[in-house]
Design a protein around this ligand. Structure first.
Ligand code: ADP
Ligand code: MG
Length: 578
């Protein structure tokens, strides 16, 4: 039996698990693992901060449907990567985090980057393990499996330096982890839901990002097309069925929620995004039937535990559809619920059309998004599904969500369940890795980030990561000089506020929401081989969007928009409520 370094054995264990990309940031001694992985043909994407790397790995997990892998150093590296652990856990994205740790015989001696990461992460992970020499590849495979099976989430593997750097007997045993077995539903509950639908006056489907993760678009599409039940996507459930589908009630969200009496919830939790399933947003007494892979989720908040179904969405929906077809049940198009929804849709869409035409200088949010949308749609229509949208920032995310339409699943990522600002650039790098694998020019998708200036600031150094790997991401920074609306409406008043912080000044200085005035974010691209644009007008924005779309390097378009507390926000149509 031959012996190899621990680093080589770890890399080979990952290769056997089918890992194609590792997101991370190296140092001693995990750099050896990264180098061994590269030697095996695994792509290692080296970030500027573990936080963004860990976020990227979670997005990769969501988009590919199997664990994203993140490799970092111990101690501070783990602390930064905890952000991804939280993100994975909150969003139910599969993540395998691997980190170095100090030599086993130096524990508690104040060793280099010493941290008891297993103890730290145990409450937040589905599994944590400090590997041993005898079980190294089995430990890694087990962590990978647990993060993936059931409701996905984070697993942590702690790799002591002496194991990474030591020699171990090569373990020939293959450690392949098959895709998770899919749980099927209780047949009695399927019959019960069919009964509920028969008696429903106002049935509704809610489609969440669990349905996108489950790749259930085809069967859900068949259910909707056969039964004619209206559907509402959650923010990341957008695109599971095309936004353009006539039964999509997103633009009549409030009315649809308020009137629905039987709601089938496919892969979404009744958390803040869905107002906990409670009145007054929902009709009181409405039957909210959750379909979820996690039994613990059923009955949480206002979900009906007696009607909820545990199972994989693909199987549950297929069985329900079989029953409904056998019963020849179709929801009547003449129902008053359809009428209420269409009236509300018309009203809200008319409002949105008016808002889309508003022209101001400086530009407002709605104006910017409509120009970008029109320009991008000219370059690639939503039906083509060649654009992935990533969006974060308070107003930026909320207002853009209803403007950019999607016709395909898993093409939109946002701040998610934790409303985490700072995920955007890491997510963009992950999306680029997923959708633009090497040597596949044909399937190229453009990654478009729509970032608030505050959100961009969390991870703007990752533009350099994009540039280094020739990732042609197109980033719009919607720059109003602050969090939310920014606080100054012009350069002079900003300066006045800034100077007031000087001792002896007469005011209170910059607000907590203030950021720098017209910061040159576009330069972040220019300093590392990307392209930068600063735009103030509609024409400049259109031109930069076209050039940015065709560019082969990362592009930052710094869009200066109206700022200042006193300015009225862009018309916020109802659909902007998540
Ligand atoms: P959203 O943010 O869109 O509301 P959530 O993240 O709150 O969605 O909910 C997604 C839900 O989907 C989670 O409760 C998760 O357990 C569930 N889920 C994930 N995969 C599947 C699957 N294959 N089948 C059923 N439910 C799933
Ligand atoms: Mg801002």
């Amino acid at each position: 039996m031959s012996s190899v370094t621990g680093a080589a054995a770890i890399a080979s264990a990952l290769e056997q698990l089918g890992v194609e990309v590792i997101f991370g940031l190296v140092g001693i001694p995990v750099v050896q693992i990264a180098e061994e992985a590269i030697a095996l043909g695994i792509k290692f994407i080296a970030f500027r901060n573990e936080q963004a790397a860990s976020y990227a790995a979670t997005a990769y997990g969501y988009l590919t449907g199997k664990p994203g892998v993140c490799l970092v150093v111990g101690g501070p590296g783990v602390l930064h990567a905890m952000a991804g652990v939280g993100n994975s856990s909150a969003n139910a994205f599969p993540l395998l985090l691997l980190a170095g740790s100090c030599e086993s015989n130096q524990v508690n001696k104040g060793a280099f980057q010493e941290l008891d990461a297993v103890a730290l992460l145990a409450p937040w992970c589905k599994s944590t393990v400090r590997v041993s020499v005898e079980t190294l590849s089995a430990d890694i495979a087990s962590a990978f499996r647990v993060s993936w099976y059931g409701r996905p989430g984070p697993s942590y593997v702690d790799l002591p330096a002496n194991i990474i750097q030591g020699h171990i007997e090569e373990n020939e045993q293959s450690r392949i982890v098959a895709p998770p077995p899919r749980p099927g539903p209780d047949p009695a509950r399927i019959l019960n839901v069919a009964d509920l639908l028969h008696n429903a006056k106002a049935p509704l489907l809610v489609i969440g990002k669990g349905a996108a993760f489950a790749r259930a678009e085809s069967i859900i599409g068949q259910l909707v097309d056969y039964t004619q039940i209206p559907f509402l996507p959650t923010p990341m459930g957008k695109g599971v069925l095309p936004d353009s589908h006539p039964l999509n009630v997103a633009s009549a969200r409030s009315a649809a929620l308020k009137e629905a009496d039987v709601v089938l919830i496919l892969g979404a939790r009744l958390n803040w995004i869905l107002h906990y399933g409670e009145a007054p947003k929902w009709k009181s007494g409405a039957k909210l039937v959750q379909v979820d892979i996690s039994a613990e989720e059923i009955g949480r908040n206002n979900g009906d535990a007696s009607a909820g179904i545990v199972g994989d969405i693909n199987i549950v929906v297929a069985e329900l559809l079989t029953i409904l077809k056998a019963q020849e049940w179709i929801y009547a198009s003449s129902s008053p619920y359809h009428k209420i929804i269409s009236v509300s849709k018309e009203k809200n869409e008319a409002k949105a059309r008016v808002a889309a035409e508003v022209r101001t200088e400086p530009m407002g949010y709605t104006q910017v998004f409509n120009i970008v949308k029109k320009t991008l749609n000219r370059l690639s229509s939503p039906e083509a599904g060649n654009i992935v949208y990533i969006s974060e920032g308070a107003n930026t995310m909320d207002i853009s969500r209803s403007i950019f339409n999607l016709d395909h699943p898993r093409l939109r990522l946002d701040a998610g369940t934790h409303a985490t600002m700072g995920v955007g650039l890491g997510y963009a790098i992950a999306a680029h890795a997923v959708y633009n694998p090497p040597d596949s020019e044909a399937s190229h998708k453009k990654i478009v980030c729509i970032e608030g200036d505050s959100a961009f600031g969390f991870s703007m150094a990752e533009v350099e990561t994009m540039a280094r790997y020739s990732m042609d991401c197109l980033i719009f920074v919607i720059n109003n000089g602050g969090i939310y609306h920014g606080d100054s409406s012009d350069a002079e008043s900003w300066l006045r506020l800034q100077q007031n912080t000087i001792k002896g000044g007469d005011g209170q200085g910059l607000r907590s929401t203030s950021l720098g005035w017209e910061v040159g974010y576009e330069k972040m691209a220019e300093i590392c081989g990307g392209q930068g644009y600063i735009v103030h007008t509609q024409e400049e924005l259109e031109n930069a969007t076209v050039e940015g779309f065709h560019s082969k390097v990362p592009v930052v378009i710094n869009v200066i928009i109206e700022a200042g507390q006193t300015k009225k926000l862009a018309v916020n149509i109802e659909a902007n409520d998540p």
